[in-house]
Ligand binder design. Sequence first.
Ligand SMILES: C[S@@+](CC[C@H](N)C(=O)[O-])C[C@H]1O[C@@H](n2cnc3c(N)ncnc32)[C@H](O)[C@@H]1O
Length: 234
Amino acid sequence: MQTLRQVRSFVLRAGRVTVGQERALKELWPRFGIDYGPAPLDLDAVFGRRAPRCLEIGFGTGEVIGSLAAAHPEADYLGIEVHRPGVGQLLLRAEGAGLSNLRVICHDAVEVLATQLGADTCQEILVFFPDPWHKKRHHKRRLIEPIFVRRLAQVLCPGGILRLATDWQEYAEQMLTVCNAEDQLVSLNPGTGYAERPAFRSPTRFERRGERLGHGVWDLAYTKRDAANFPIAS
Ligand SMILES: C[S@@+](CC[C@H](N)C(=O)[O-])C[C@H]1O[C@@H](n2cnc3c(N)ncnc32)[C@H](O)[C@@H]1O
């Protein structure tokens, strides 16, 4: 069994939680929240049905997952984020839109994927603008590295889609190298390796900030092979 990374991909800052977010965290958690725990979740039981399932990791304030959940009541959406104000913000969105197809976990996604999510449980996984950790000495904090990508691929259903985006070219190149090296994944863009921006992603707060700083955006998209097609020696 692979051991979990020791260095976290985030530093929890005391960021201000607004009164509204605090109320949401308290009052709406029983409706939308899932506590972190060591046992695998039965996601059909969590959502009360079996439907196509999308996981977003590091959703920030939940602009993407909140609008997707509102636009697609036929699918279920699970978000993981460590930043409490952002979680509170998504809970407010979920309440405002009367969503019943959204659940949230406020915990390190590395641990959640290692313990709470089973293999082949999500049809789509989104990791948009993970912290780029620009400085070389911080690269070890980057979320997208081989062990985590292997776990993402396990959690993804065969034929499912993993979408990544970053506004930092050198991290985009790292994503490309790591994902191309993962046997379970196949790029949907074998030419350049980079994908079109998905039409459903309106610019997030983080992305807009990057645009103001003159950054580009690199999207990547992969699918998971059927188990029968995995290389035998991997
Ligand atoms: C740069 S922000 C981007 C947020 C959002 N995806 C967007 O595009 O606006 C990265 C987010 O990932 C979250 N994050 C980083 N590491 C995480 C982890 N291991 N588990 C869950 N969330 C994490 C951070 O708290 C932060 O909100």
